[in-house]
Structures are given as C-alpha cells and as structure tokens.
Design a protein around this ligand. Sequence first.
Ligand SMILES: *[C@@H]1O[C@H](CO)[C@@H](O)[C@H](O)[C@H]1NC(C)=O
Ligand SMILES: *[C@@H]1O[C@H](CO)[C@@H](O)[C@H](O)[C@H]1NC(C)=O
Length: 278
Amino acid sequence: MRGFLLLFLAQTVLSLAYLPASPLLARVGPLRSTPASPEFVRAELARKQAEYESARAKRSLAETSSTSAPIPALSSLPKLPYLNSTGLLTPIPTTPRVRASVFAVFDARGGLRFVGQSRDVQQSLRMMLGRRPAETHQVAVHHIEKPSRDLLDTVRRAWIEEAGGEVPGNDGGAEQALWEQALDVNKLMTEEDRQSVVDGRNISKLKEESAIKAICRRYEDEKSAVLKERGCTEPVRFCPKLKGQGLLDLWVKKTKDVVPGGAPGGGKPKPKRGGGVK
Ligand SMILES: *[C@@H]1O[C@H](CO)[C@@H](O)[C@H](O)[C@H]1NC(C)=O
Ligand SMILES: *[C@@H]1O[C@H](CO)[C@@H](O)[C@H](O)[C@H]1NC(C)=O
C-alpha cells in the first residue's frame, strides 16, 4: 500500500514536471512554459498575491463600513487659516486618541490644491508651508482614531472625487512631488549652475557642496520672500545637510515617537523659540 502510494506520488510529480499540458495544470491558466520554470513560479506568486490582496480589500471594506464614523464631506468641514493672525502656523485641534489625519490644503482663492494624509498633521503642514509657500492658505482636517491605509485612502479619494476628480497636487506626477518631497534643485540647474558645481568638484568635495548650497539658497530666498510677504512669523529653517545634496526642505523637530538622531536633517536640537511660544 505504502509502496503504491509512493509510486503514485512519484508519477504525479513526474507528470507535473514533464507534462505541461497536463489537465492538473489547466487551472493555472494558459501557461506555455514548464511548471518548474521561473515563469511558472512568478505566475503562482502573482496568483497568491492577488488572492491575498482581494481578501485584504474585502476585510478592510468590512471594517470601514462596520466600525468607523462616516466619511465627512470636505465641504462640511471648517476651513482653518493656515497661518493665524500672529503669522504663526495655526495649531490644529486634536486629541490624544487621534492616530492619523487626512487634510486638504487650499490656496489664497480657496481653490483645493492638495489632499494629503499624515500621522502628524501639524508637522506635515509645517513641511508643506516650506514646500509650497504660495499655495498654503487654508486647511481642512479630518482626524482618524483607528487609521488603516485603506481608510485613509478612502477619505482622500472621496474628497478628490467631491472636488471633481482632479486636484492639482494629487496628479501622481511632478506637481504632487512638489507637495510630498523636498525640492530637488539638481533638476533645476542652469548651465551656469552646473559649471559652478563642476568647478567646485575639481577643487574639493567641500567646494562642490558649497556650490550646490549656493544654488539651493536662490530657491530658498524665493520661498522666504513669499513667506515674508504673507506676514509669516513662523521660524522656518531649511535643512543645511539636505542643501548640500541639492535638496531643499524644512528642518523639522523630531516628533516624540522618532528615535533621536533619526530625523532627515539629523541636526542639532533646534534653538528654543522665545516670546512665550510653545
Ligand atoms: C497663533 O498660533 C500660535 C501657535 O502656533 C499661538 O501660540 C498663538 O497664540 C496664536 N495667536 C493667536 C492670535 O491666536
Ligand atoms: C580641473 O583642474 C585642473 C587643474 O587643477 C585643470 O587642468 C582641469 O582642466 C580642470 N577640470 C575641469 C573640468 O575644470
């Protein structure tokens, strides 16, 4: 009996290995290659992945519809000024239970420019003030206490739909990168800029870095001028370390749950702000 079983198993394995047209394999679809080939393995992996994703999507839909508050329409939320009357970043009201937020940023005319999501909305708003100083005039926030990636995405998508389906800062391309990433000055260099970097490189690493920093400062000055014109008194500082790499982004204080020294700037602690500002 045992011997028979072994023989049967061996035959099955052989048929799998040598007979790609075997009906046993028909379920995998119109695969032309041999079962043990990389294509076969990839196809199997893709199938498993798809099964997993579909199950996960069903689960999260169930969670979303059963346990969470309804998604508020963007138009139903108050629009807060990005900067308050003293020119400081408006503190977004929150509670300790809030774990993540979806937020919408509006320009001076009230046009929706970007919908984002964050685990630290105050920090994100600060970053975006530095990235888009001219486009950040009002903000609407929806807090979530039990966030999942799917729930955050659902709110974001709903708001984008509500706005007519197209929000400039959510174009999935260059405009979105301006909101979500440091400004990459390397891509904006003129011929002259490039030459100054090459010249610096020829002398020393340090000279090259200072040439790149000088180019960054041009863009930094533009941003600072916009903020000044808006009456912004928020102390903003662009990260010097990033500037050396041709990247322009604000230096931000590490949040509590981040290991000290792990922030993008990796810099020294920020000097204490005076004037009773917490
Ligand atoms: C503006 O916001 C700051 C916090 O960023 C706060 O300390 C200050 O009191 C606010 N000013 C007014 C007038 O609300
Ligand atoms: C680098 O410097 C050397 C002299 O130190 C010079 O001969 C060379 O042309 C320079 N190269 C560039 C790319 O400027």
